[in-house]
Ligand binder design. Structure first.
Ligand code: KIV
Length: 274
């Protein structure tokens, strides 16, 4: 029985599978990962999409924003994730400064990511201002995911991490940007921290899947930062975050026990030596 399960063919997730999921009303699950070990666990658990997010800048490197992370860093994280994944679609964030305002640069950065990491798609932030980049990347045959609403690479323009597009003008711009990304050929778009009612309107008005984070339930899928879901990050407590574990506390207690065992000369014991 176990052998049969082990031999069961893995049905890989492609952008077409995601489109079909939207069509059938099956919700898409997406999580971030930045390393081999955790990527392997979430892929084995059956996650549909793994995002090698530039949130690695915060989570892995301890920066305050996503701006400092480089293309080389992203490629390092992405290639570690790709080595672990058998089923999920792996999407990699184009980091700040590698695509804005220059579609040729956007394609160059994308080609480096695709060649050097083996990932399946890229993600970039913005609407009409990145249309040309989206089209140029697509012309090279690389699938592109959009990202609208709270776009962390523009944090110094926004000034804060509060909910975006609450006012009518910004909501209309966001809807128009979503249509532009759809028409330009993006295969999906992330909607971050916007009112649920607007996220539903966008979802009903575009043909591509919408993946929400802090955008309510009427979207085609959900994404969270894995370290937030696991409770490894402690201070970050937005309303939209559901924590499934309290790993910060659990890891801290385990390390405390280990230290005590060493100090008390209990570790290693006779059975734990050669
Ligand atoms: O970098 C990231 O983790 C993201 C998600 C929050 C969507 O862009």
């Amino acid at each position: 029985m176990a052998k049969v399960a082990a031999e069961k063919e893995v049905k890989i997730v492609t952008t077409h599978v995601l489109q079909d999921m939207k069509f059938r009303g099956e919700k898409i699950s997406m999580l971030t990962a930045y390393d081999y070990s955790l990527a392997k666990i979430i892929d084995d658990a059956g996650i549909d999409v793994i995002l090698v997010g530039d949130s690695a800048s915060n989570v892995m490197a301890g920066h305050k924003t996503t701006l400092p992370i480089t293309l080389d860093h992203m490629i390092y994280h992405a290639s570690s994730v790709v080595r672990a994944v058998k089923r999920a679609l792996v999407v990699v964030d184009l980091p700040f400064g590698t695509y804005q305002g220059n579609s040729k640069e956007a394609l160059k950065s994308t080609i480096r990511i695709m060649k050097e990491s083996g990932a399946h798609a890229v993600k970039l932030e913005g609407g009409i201002e990145v249309k040309e980049s989206v089209e140029r990347i697509l012309s090279a045959g690389v699938p592109v995911m959009g990202h609208l609403g709270l776009t962390p690479q523009s944090i110094y323009k926004f000034g804060t991490y509060v909910v975006r597009a609450k006012e009518e003008e910004e909501a209309n711009t966001l809807l128009s940007d979503a249509r532009i990304l759809d028409e330009a050929g993006c295969f999906a778009t992330v909607l971050e921290k916007i009112p649920a009612i607007l996220a539903k309107k966008v979802t009903d008005n575009v043909s591509i899947p919408t993946i929400g984070i802090g955008a309510g339930g009427d979207v085609d899928g959900q994404v969270l930062v894995l370290h937030d879901l696991l409770g490894i990050t402690k201070e970050f407590q937005p309303r939209f975050l559901r924590r499934y574990m309290t790993l910060y506390d659990d890891i801290k207690s385990a390390v405390g026990l280990y230290i005590n065992d060493i100090k008390g000369k209990d570790f290693p014991n006779k059975k734990e030596q050669y």
